[in-house]
Design a protein around this ligand. Sequence first.
Ligand code: UGA
Length: 443
Amino acid sequence: MVSAPFESQSVAQAGEVAVIGAGYVGLTSAVCLAHLGHRVVCADVDAYKVAELAAGRPTHHEPGIDGLLRAGLDAGNLRFVLGAAEAVADADVVLLCLPTPMGADGRPDLTALTGVAAAIGPQLRPGAVVVDKSTVPVGTTRVVAECLGRGDVAVVANPEFLREGQAVHDFLHPDRVVIGGEDRDATARVAALYESLGCPVLVTDAVSAEITKYAANAFLVTKLSFANSVAAVCEALGGDAHDVLRGVGYDHRVGHAHLRPGPGWGGSCFPKDVQALLHLAHDAGEPFHLLQAVLDANESHFDRVAERVLALAGDVEGGPVVAAWGLTFKADTDDLRESPALAVLRRVVAGGGRVRVYDPVTTPERLAAFDPDLAVGVVADAYEACTGADVLVVLTEWQEFASVDLTRVASLLRRPHVYDTRGVLDRSELARLGLVARIPESS
Ligand code: UGA
């Protein structure tokens, strides 16, 4: 059922909203709910993080967070505390925004979620509503209720659909809000949090809400692997993938969003959620063959991109020098988790490539701390990466790459090979300078 935003208690009358977890979902939710006029308390187990946030300093990079954080603190309707139990005593609604990392068996690890639920259970106000915003397997709402051990507290699923780097925008301009639960009063109280956003609110049961989040991400990766497969066919047949996909995306039944080809998809959410849904479907006796094929296609795409990079570079004694631009899993984030760029570069290194990489936000120290085994050099300048290289590959769509002087790049490369997997460089300029992604006949 899609309903208009609910009639609700006014923001002024509402009690406090507690947000447990100050990661990218929790902190975004906290500052945005404060911005919407709610009284918000946000808790984390990391004392340093809590102190920094309480002083108005965001602990991770996310556009728009800093301004809303300071505004909330200045207005006095946003505060930070150490530990979940501290946060919930006065809360009407408690949002659980906790990590659910992929466990060793590919299923989400719910330890943080169940641990917090057990800890806050005795502290909750009578009649409070606990909301799970983390991406969790079907049935977790019930598990959380059991851990809380409170018959008078309803548990509601309210999955988030925030993109890193655009989380504040996505929170304040949602395509929809999905709320799942059996208790109508509880779902209405959660819907009231978002009332002023004026977006469609889908109220359903908890299981359907939990599946909706997985299904949404599953659809998006299917679209992405489709785009990457079309790009592979275009490269083989000599077509221009970016034009082809633009042509396809103009059909409003398809749309342009998440249809840009790249080196593969990744990040902290898509791979984990795909694995989780595959397990859920398998365990339910309905193996999701299409999604398995999408996952396999992504792995093959990493292989393909790496093979193409090495083929373009050609045979060079001691291994070809490969210049790479971009390391993070997408532009405008410093997040390296499950980065497609890293997946490709690991393969290039394994294939004998000597990689020199430039990324606008990744230092050598940061990469070494993240992946100590990856033998690539990190340089501080896009041109320096290209000096004497046999090929340049663009792996992340940072806008600054679009304004690099390609004439200078052409003069620095040892061979005129540029493979722009993201389509951020000026194609006519590349063509004018003879910078091609064609594999030489001889190789
Ligand atoms: C993703 C979803 O987009 C969010 O809706 C969801 O809430 C979130 O996961 C989550 O589950 O928490 P995010 O991981 O921040 O958000 O990243 P996206 O912007 O979706 O990008 C994911 C990957 O797809 C990146 O590697 C990106 O480079 C790639 N991508 C994205 C493309 O290759 N082409 C595109 O057109 C779009």
